[in-house]
Design a protein around this ligand. Sequence first.
Ligand SMILES: [Zn+2]
Length: 127
Amino acid sequence: MFKLLQNSRFFQLLFKIDCRQAQEAAQSCCRAGGGKLHRADDPRKARGVPHKLTEQWDRRYSFCCSTEGCRLRHTPVSVRFLGRKVYAGVFIMLISALMNGPNERRAGELHRELGLDVRTLKRWHQW
Ligand SMILES: [Zn+2]
């Protein structure tokens, strides 16, 4: 599993999936009034991503309706980001699966291997 998280091609694949979703969203219209959608990305800092790819991962694609008075936000589903969490979504899911229950020894290993805070790990697991 740690090999997968060190594999930049894996992260690039996730990036490509999100790009495809964003392209589709860009061609659609506002679900409220049918207005045109404009890019309005959310800045992010995704931790757990290989260093050379952090630039690809510094924003979550998002759009907003161009109609004055509507401005409804349209954020396509992302395989990279989970809500407002700062770690890459896939990272959180894999770590949570690996922890497989609140186990102090496991949490200690993850802390040593990846420098993750034990409280962060517990929060992810509950989530
Ligand atoms: Zn609208």
